[in-house]
Design a protein around this ligand. Structure first.
Ligand SMILES: Cc1cc2nc3c(=O)[nH]c(=O)nc-3n(C[C@H](O)[C@H](O)[C@H](O)COP(=O)(O)OP(=O)(O)OC[C@H]3O[C@@H](n4cnc5c(N)ncnc54)[C@H](O)[C@@H]3O)c2cc1C
Length: 470
């Protein structure tokens, strides 16, 4: 360290300025010093001196918390870009600094969570000329998952025309952009840079990254990415359900229950069985009285429910499957409805400690990744003790929008924490039935009439469209 902080000069005002941190950036023979004023980094280059060989370090008089220090380093890197032509004029030995768009906010996943973050950020940064908001997602449309459960069973209502919602042109205007691709890996490194790599080989640099790749579903909900693919998939599954003489649904959560209701709407006499590993339908998030009530409603429609048992082999043999306890279940079509897994394989590129054993993204209460303060996660993929639901996405998004803006210096309020959401669920039982539970007051349950009004009849299609600005 050879440069004295007293050399600090504001390049515009030409007067000494107070400093809170001195950055010492050493990259392949380059050594730069920057003065920062709290978390606003001014593009002041103070002195360029001596050659250095070690990693970048942060020196601070205020001993700021980790996140603050990180911010300072990242911004300093950006400032290097701004001033590199000045430096080059005086110090011809300086190497070129790779280009980095330090104000790209990249969102991975155009589902419920990704779009909530996208809309939240674009509203706040509508007039920004320095920040771009880039949505990376393989589909040119939003798939309204709650509507797909009926869409794959019946052509009635042509739900495919409503449940697959194209992104509006405004998503590609101004500082907004949609990139149709899948992210295959992520780099977040001081020296190598911060960027995502797409399945087409392209790289997009980011200053802030939001991961919202959602869940991987099984059976009829495991849709391909393209519109044509999704339509063909839908047609094929409608045929499979129509052709099946009997159906077994392996998993008695919300998906199994909703699918059983759709099947009974179409074919009241077709045998449908739900096999559930637990002693009651759904899971322990909900009180037993609600879990028993939903079973009563399902059974009333002619669905057989086998509890406390499992199916290991989902391939039917001679029109039946056999459970772990040896119970024969009539079924020539078996659908896994066990609940989804997080779609996070590509996030392993950030390090094995980024994900839990089940593949969920470990997050801090700020929804930042523990060792990657510029990366956030939202939606179904976060490791948070709550039910994975679209209803949680606006709450995740509100935290991430605030915190992302704070990181890029557009929000003086600082970082805030996610404190959880109220658990509420409405489960369809065909078009005209269902049940719901709201974890408020003493725990409020609703029945067929209100559930149909809220969800079963409309499948919340218009509501999703409006709330996601599609
Ligand atoms: C039948 C059914 C009924 C439901 N009913 C309700 C309900 O009533 N209420 C409720 O709150 N929730 C409900 N849900 C759950 C809800 O749909 C999900 O919780 C919600 O969609 C999760 O949002 P998400 O953004 O995390 O994931 P998704 O909405 O699944 O979005 C993920 C997006 O990421 C994209 N993606 C994936 N991998 C990559 C990658 N590598 N690169 C780029 N993009 C990628 C995907 O293509 C997709 O667009 C229901 C789900 C189903 C299936």
């Amino acid at each position: 360290m050879v440069c004295s902080p007293t050399l600090a000069r504001d390049t515009d005002r030409r007067t000494p300025i107070p400093y809170h941190a001195i950055l010492f950036q050493k990259t392949k023979g380059l050594c730069g010093f920057f003065v920062t004023s709290r978390n606003v980094i001014s593009p002041n280059i103070l002195a360029f001196t001596s050659l250095a060989t070690t990693e970048a370090v942060v020196l601070s008089r205020m001993t700021p918390p980790d996140d603050y220090a990180y911010e300072v380093v990242a911004c300093a890197y950006h400032n290097l870009l701004k001033v590199q032509h000045v430096c080059k004029t005086f110090f011809t030995f300086l190497p070129s600094i790779p280009t980095m768009s330090s104000k790209n906010i990249v969102i991975v996943g155009g589902g419920t969570a990704g779009l909530n973050v996208f809309n939240g950020l674009t509203a706040k940064l509508a007039t920004s000329t320095t920040t771009s908001i880039i949505l990376v997602t393989p589909r040119p449309h939003y798939t309204s998952l709650p509507a797909t459960i009926r869409m794959v069973v019946t052509a009635e209502g042509e739900l495919e025309k409503h449940a697959l919602m194209s992104f509006p042109e405004s998503f590609n205007e101004g500082n907004k952009k949609v990139v149709l691709a899948k992210v295959v890996s992520i780099e977040d490194d001081e020296t190598k840079g911060r960027f995502v790599t797409l399945d087409n080989g392209e790289k997009i640099e980011f200053s802030v990254l939001v991961l919202a790749p959602g869940s991987k579903w099984e059976g009829p909900l495991d849709f391909p990415e393209s519109v044509d693919g999704q339509l063909q998939w839908t047609k094929d599954w409608r045929e499979k359900f129509a052709k099946a003489k009997s159906v077994a649904l392996v998993g008695g959560g919300a998906i199994g229950i909703e699918l059983s209701g759709e099947l009974k709407d179409q074919w009241p006499n077709k045998p449908v069985t739900i096999v559930q590993g637990d002693a009651l339908l759904l899971n322990k998030t909900y009180p037993d009285r609600f879990r028993k009530d939903i079973e009563r409603r399902v059974v009333k429609r002619g669905v057989k429910v086998i509890k406390d048992d499992f199916v290991d082999d989902v391939e039917p043999k001679e029109g039946k499957i056999t459970t772990r306890k040896g119970v024969a279940v009539e079924a020539d079509l078996v659908i896994p409805t066990r609940g989804p897994r997080p779609n996070t394989k590509f996030i392993e590129s950030l390090g094995s400690d980024t994900l839990t054993d089940s593949g969920f993204v470990k997050v801090k209460p700020t929804l930042q990744l523990a060792n990657h303060p510029r990366i956030f996660a939202a939606g179904d993929v976060i490791d948070y003790a709550e039910q994975k639901q679209a209803a949680k996405a606006p709450n995740h998004a509100a935290i991430i929008v605030n915190n992302a803006l704070s990181l890029i210096g557009e929000n003086p309020k600082g970082l805030i924490n996610y404190k959880g959401s109220t658990e509420l669920i409405v489960i369809t039982n065909g078009k005209n039935g269902g049940a719901g539970y709201f974890d408020i007051l003493w725990g409020i349950s609703i029945g067929d009439w209100l559930s149909s009004l809220l969800k079963s009849k409309t499948l919340m299609i218009e509501m999703s469209k409006n709330s996601l600005k599609l």
